[in-house]
Unconditional design. Structure first.
Length: 92
């Protein structure tokens, strides 16, 4: 699926990842799936990871959620797990 060091695999993925935190963010996963710029949504512990290859579209899609009380949206470093899930989705 991918070759190289962890840093190389992360770099080659071209993914940008944002984290949504707050009460009941899990219910947003279905709402976000298929939206512009969103290539995958995954729930990790208490946070929702939203990743995509087109950062500008992803930022635009997530912008309205920044105004929601109780939801914090922040960009985070893409993890190897994010890349793995993205590769699995692409292989479908």
């Amino acid at each position: 699926m991918a070759r190289g060091s962890v840093a190389e695999v992360l770099e080659q993925s071209g993914l940008h990842t944002f984290v949504l935190e707050g009460e009941n963010v899990r219910h947003l996963s279905r709402e976000l799936e298929g939206r512009p710029g969103v290539d995958y949504v995954g729930f990790f512990g208490a946070v929702l990871h939203v990743s995509g290859h087109d950062r500008d579209r992803l930022v635009a899609t997530l912008a309205p959620y920044r105004a929601h009380d109780g939801i914090r949206v922040s960009e985070t470093q893409t993890s190897l797990e994010d890349v793995f899930i993205d590769l699995q989705e692409a292989a479908k």
